[in-house]
Design a protein around this ligand. Structure first.
Ligand SMILES: Nc1ncnc2c1ncn2[C@@H]1O[C@H](COP(=O)(O)OP(=O)(O)OP(=O)(O)O)[C@@H](O)[C@H]1O
Ligand SMILES: O=P(O)(O)OC[C@@]1(O)O[C@H](CO)[C@@H](O)[C@@H]1O
Length: 315
């Protein structure tokens, strides 16, 4: 069983517009509302593909009630930790050429007791877990060392741990030496403190983190696919899509696909291929909809173990 921990979940509103005009009344052509937050999305994708996963997240207010209804509709299994403040609403504005503008709310402030309850709930599931995935931003009031604490809980329970976060939360998770991290290129550049323009730069930064104690680094690279680096492997997997609809949450589907294969004892390269398949399938779906087995058919990832290091990256 794969446990996901989302310290700052969200309801995700997606608005499709002909064109976003700042300072004007914009009228949406379509609107969707989905349960969200990175770990919630990872569990949604795993469950949609027949895997056992439980999402742990704090949940409060009317938005929290709506969140519980939405995850029940998708048959997502969750351990919801009741908190006083409401779940945030994050908005994505998508234009026909694929331009996506995202506005994420900060989320409600949690007390020390509420934060401790989230960690306790996570710890109680670890005896039955194969992996813990710690995903997304921290809610206001949560201590900066929260991700590192969660990684150590997993390690103490003999459970492998993945971290998918940005900024200080990613830094904290990395400091505890997780088995896997999944930054995108911008997040990795921020972590190592320098621009990463070419594949060679990304590879060098990932290798540096592996030397520093992270088990494996998987860098999602948008339409350039994803690069996986551990002590023994460097692999780049790519897949093409002619019908990109929404890239929001594609990284979560990538991580879900990787954990799906790693849980079944696949190699890092096998897991990367599954991850890129799931990520590419997610891009073809609207909003943050997660791919189901039928959506994966026809996507054939290409994996290379000697990628062109001079490749200038697209996104
Ligand atoms: N335009 C695209 N064409 C093909 N595949 C894509 C495209 N965008 C994303 N993907 C696939 O989805 C994966 C994850 O996408 P991306 O790099 O955008 O992740 P991310 O920035 O972590 O996303 P998020 O944080 O919104 O979940 C990529 O590694 C790639 O396999
Ligand atoms: O604000 P965070 O926690 O960094 O990211 C939250 C979020 O953007 O991540 C998911 C997509 O990856 C969405 O479901 C959600 O809105």
């Amino acid at each position: 069983m794969i446990v996901t921990l989302t310290p700052n979940p969200s309801l995700d509103r997606t608005l499709v517009l002909d064109r976003l005009v700042r300072g004007e009344v914009n009228r949406a052509l379509e609107s969707r509302l989905e349960p969200g937050g990175k770990g919630v999305n990872v569990t949604r994708a795993l469950v949609a593909n027949g895997s056992t996963s439980i999402a742990v997240f704090p949940c409060g207010g009317n938005n929290g009630r709506l969140m519980e209804l939405l995850i029940a509709e998708e048959r997502v299994t969750a351990r919801v930790v009741p908190v006083g403040g409401p779940i945030r609403v994050n908005t994505a504005i998508v234009e026909p050429d694929g331009t996506t503008t995202k506005v994420n709310e900060p989320g409600s402030r949690f007390s020390e007791a509420e934060t401790a309850a989230v960690l306790d709930q996570t710890a109680s599931l670890l005896p039955h877990a194969t992996w813990l995935a710690v995903c997304g931003s921290l809610a206001p009031g949560m201590p900066a060392h929260f991700p590192a604490h969660a990684v150590r809980l997993a390690r103490d329970a003999g459970v492998r741990c993945a971290v998918d976060a940005s900024g200080a939360a990613l830094e904290s998770g990395v400091s505890a030496g997780p088995d896997l991290i999944k930054p995108n290129r911008t997040e990795l550049a921020e972590l190592v403190g320098r621009p990463l323009d070419r594949l060679a730069d990304v590879r060098a930064a990932a290798a540096e983190l592996v030397r520093g104690g992270v088990g494996a680094v998987v860098v999602s690279l948008g339409r350039d696919g994803a690069l996986a680096v551990d002590a023994d492997t460097v692999a780049l997997a790519t897949a093409t899509t002619s019908r990109p609809k929404s890239t929001v949450g594609a990284g979560d589907s990538l991580l879900a696909g990787m954990l799906f294969t790693l849980e079944r004892s696949g190699t890092l390269a096998d897991a990367l291929a599954t991850g890129v398949t799931w990520g590419t399938a997610a891009v073809q779906l609207p909003g943050t909809q997660v791919p189901r087995p039928g959506d994966l058919a026809g996507i054939t990832p290409r994996t290379t173990y000697a990628p062109d290091e001079d490749l200038a990256l697209a996104d």
